[in-house]
Write a protein that binds this ligand. Structure first.
Ligand code: C5P
Length: 209
């Protein structure tokens, strides 16, 4: 199809980012990791010495988002993930980041976006929607390995606790909660290798388009 938009949603460390990148490569489409936008807002608030629970401060940061923060070494840290999750629950923060995400999806040819609300809010008319999940223990183990490889030596138990706290916050918020969108194909990666998960994702997209 001339305009292929693929929405990939799911909880932390489910494999959605890896799958979204692989789909983008497979279909020759640009990819946006929307979690980075919320992470950049969380980081901006923290760097300014402000409280992520302060909706006005977080909204101001979202409206004046500095693209350089997207490459900051602290962007992907576990601490910043929690800040991202807190700022992302403020409705005006989500509203401030809506246009840039919709514009990305509207590019000629289409795009792949991954996040929490792509299939529900950002691109409800997406050509294909995937909801990627895995058991919390498996996600924690993956994230723990990832963080260790980067020199962030948080314990497995603390990584699991952080993931469960984020899951609860992301699923429990009233605006754009993490939920499987209508028409989204479910992909549980708990027992799958990366290659197998990507092959399955491509098959699900092919079935949807
Ligand atoms: O995907 P990632 O784990 O990097 O996202 C960080 C946080 O940003 C999530 O825990 C979630 O609170 C928030 N987020 C969101 N909506 C998105 C993407 C991320 O609320 N579309």
């Amino acid at each position: 199809p001339p305009h292929l938009v693929i929405a990939v949603d799911g909880p932390a460390a489910s494999g959605k980012g890896t799958i979204a990148r692989a789909l983008a490569r497979h279909y020759g489409l640009p990819h946006l990791d929307t979690g980075k936008l919320y992470r950049a807002v969380g980081l901006a608030v923290r760097l300014a010495g402000q409280d992520p629970n302060d909706s006005d401060a977080a909204t101001a940061a979202a409206l004046a988002l500095d693209p350089e923060l997207l490459d900051d070494p602290d962007l992907m840290s576990g601490d910043n993930a929690q800040h991202a999750s807190i700022v992302s629950a403020h409705p005006p923060v989500r509203a401030a980041l809506l246009a840039v995400q919709r514009a990305f999806a509207a590019q000629p040819g289409g795009a792949v976006l991954d996040g929490r609300d792509i299939g529900t809010v950002i691109a409800p008319d997406a050509s294909a929607k995937l909801f990627v999940t895995a058991l919390p223990e498996i996600r924690a183990d993956r994230r723990h390995r990832e963080l260790s490889a980067k020199g962030d030596f948080a314990s497995l138990a603390s990584v699991l606790a952080d993931i469960e706290a984020r899951d609860a916050r992301d699923s429990g918020r009233s605006t754009a909660p993490l939920v499987r969108a209508a028409g989204a194909a479910l992909l549980d990666t708990s027992e799958l290798s990366i290659d197998a998960a990507v092959q399955r994702a491509i098959a699900l997209v092919q079935a949807a388009i």
